[in-house]
Design a protein around this ligand. Sequence first.
Ligand code: FMN
Length: 207
Amino acid sequence: MEGSTAPEAKATVLRVAAISGSLRRGSANTGLIRAAKEICEESIPGLIIDHVDISDLPLLNTDLEVDGGFPPAVESFRAKVRAADCFLFASPEYNYSISGPLKNALDWGSRPPNCWADRAAAILSASGGSGGSRSQYHIRQVGVFLDIHFINKPEAFIKAHQPPKKFDSDGNLIDRETKEQLRKILLSLQAFALRLQSKPANSEQAT
Ligand SMILES: Cc1cc2nc3c(=O)[nH]c(=O)nc-3n(C[C@H](O)[C@H](O)[C@H](O)COP(=O)(O)O)c2cc1C
């Protein structure tokens, strides 16, 4: 209202660290992260997707930890995980389980002090015939020990190679129905992350 002295209401902004479990050029899972970023920019105010690249992480080896420090790529990764309000994992299933690169990243982030704890997360998987369901439940199992809190619903098990065509040859998501599925997951993640932070959506943010 004009002339009102009431402070302007500000929406809470959440930053999402989004991690792809596939290092492949043209990965459908990395494509899901790009699509999530676009969806948030277009239609989900207050949710910002930051793609955290894990391709330069060395394989977990605790000998690389010196005087409590980590190799530079690991330090940088851990800082990004610590700074995030919540997480989005998009990963293929490999041999009925978590992809090696994602497990490696989860393990580096778990080294003391654990960087993952007490944040909300959602999981997407673009995979073969299973849609990645088995890998998603393995990620949830690992997340129990890391103290990550996953949204339960909705779930998305995307059969990347079955019709209708969902990704182009660069891994870009082109299927409208899958985009809508993704949007619902992002909204659920936003609502749950805000609940976890005990801040009602779109309320005035305490400074
Ligand atoms: C080593 C390996 C193992 C795989 N195992 C499975 C599996 O157990 N279940 C499944 O649904 N797809 C499996 N796939 C297929 C991938 O999940 C699928 O091709 C996925 O789209 C790859 O993700 P990307 O496009 O993000 O790289 C496997 C692929 C590879 C390379």
